[in-house]
Write a protein that binds this ligand. Structure first.
Ligand code: AHR
Length: 334
């Protein structure tokens, strides 16, 4: 089967002009927010961008960090301030507050969990510093707290995984286990929802579901627990490649053959996952594209120039079976 392409949609647009004006106001209040040149950056034209990353939990995250660091360079007109929150919301809030105090031109972050951001985002807004979300969304009723959200459609990713499972395995009475991402994180919530809605009405049954926190080590530990508790597992749905790769280790240690005795579906399509798919240890992968640096640079420049930006930019993802993985691997970027 050939690779499939998920939709790229560009949704509603909002004007950044109001926030640009806000940035100018807050300068009066003594906070340096940029707005000094045509681009809205400081007088030297350099855009100081504070980025708070989730952590370094997965191959996907490493590729995402590289994309941001490779794009937001001095040559491209950026002074990037980067911090790693080690998967802790309190670290991200601290980093954002520090960027506000430093008076950066723009703040960007990938929220580790969906809720609990309104207060710190309001502080950034009051300081006149625009915020851009990358990769993961926040759950807030106030959409004026951020300029734009750039990232994949996680519900669609889960649905794509579930639809493939139904196409391949419905009618076999499959018992599935689910390795969830970080509890409270948008991709964990949305992928679960998408997968469950896609398998509804089929005879695939999820018999256990726990978080593996998007890491290979925790994916392995949780899978070991599943194997001890159940002797009838047919299918693993892992919310990312790393947890799927950890599950492979646990399955092999239990004397079973991953991809045959127990089928595996994952999300991300990073090189290690794609290699395992090409080797027949994973059966299907839905991509989550981590190369968000160029869109982030573009949106940051536009926001600071007072241009209109899209409120939601949905990144293009694909999906791969074994044949498609073999074809894609030689030129895979991440
Ligand atoms: O938010 C994207 C998810 O976070 C990726 O699927 C996962 O690998 C990462 O840790």
């Amino acid at each position: 089967m050939a690779r499939t392409t998920l939709t790229r949609t560009v949704l509603a647009a909002v004007s950044a002009a109001a926030l640009f004006a806000l940035g100018a106001c807050s300068s009066d209040a003594g906070t340096q927010t940029g707005g000094g040149g045509e681009t809205g950056a400081a007088d030297d034209g350099v855009i100081t961008l504070g980025f708070s990353q989730v952590g370094a939990e997965s191959g996907w995250r490493a590729a995402n960090t590289k994309s941001i660091q490779d794009t937001l360079t001095a040559e491209n007109g950026f002074d990037l301030k980067f911090s790693d929150a080690q998967q802790k919301q309190e670290n991200q809030i601290q980093a954002i507050r520090s960027y506000i105090t430093q008076g950066v031109d723009v703040i960007a972050f990938s929220p580790v969990v969906e809720t609990g951001w309104d207060a710190v985002l309001q502080e950034a807004k009051t300081a006149g510093i625009p915020v851009i979300l990358t990769d993961r969304a926040v759950d807030s009723s106030d959409e004026t707290l951020y300029e734009s959200f750039i990232g994949s459609d996680f519900v669609l990713e889960g649905e794509t995984a579930g639809k493939w499972a139904v196409e391949q395995y419905d009618g076999e009475g499959y018992k599935a286990v689910e390795l969830q991402g970080t509890t409270g994180a948008a991709p964990a919530i949305d992928r679960k929802e998408g997968f469950e809605s896609a398998i509804e009405g089929s005879d695939i049954e999820i018999i256990d579901s726990q978080t593996g926190n998007f890491t290979r080590a925790e994916g392995k530990t949780v899978m070991e627990g599943f194997l001890n508790a159940h002797d009838d597992i047919d299918l693993v749905f892992a919310h990312n490649d790393d947890m799927g790769l950890g599950a492979i280790e646990a399955i092999e240690a239990a004397g079973l053959t991953p991809g045959e005795d127990i089928k595996i579906i994952t999300i991300d399509a990073v090189k290690d996952g794609m290699q395992a798919l090409a080797d027949g240890k994973i059966n299907y992968i839905v991509e989550c594209n981590p190369l968000l640096g160029p869109d982030l640079a573009d949106i940051a420049k536009k926001v600071l120039a007072g241009e209109e930006v899209e409120k939601r930019i949905v990144v293009k993802d694909e999906a791969f079976d074994q044949e498609a993985a073999k074809e894609a691997l030689p030129t895979r970027e991440y």
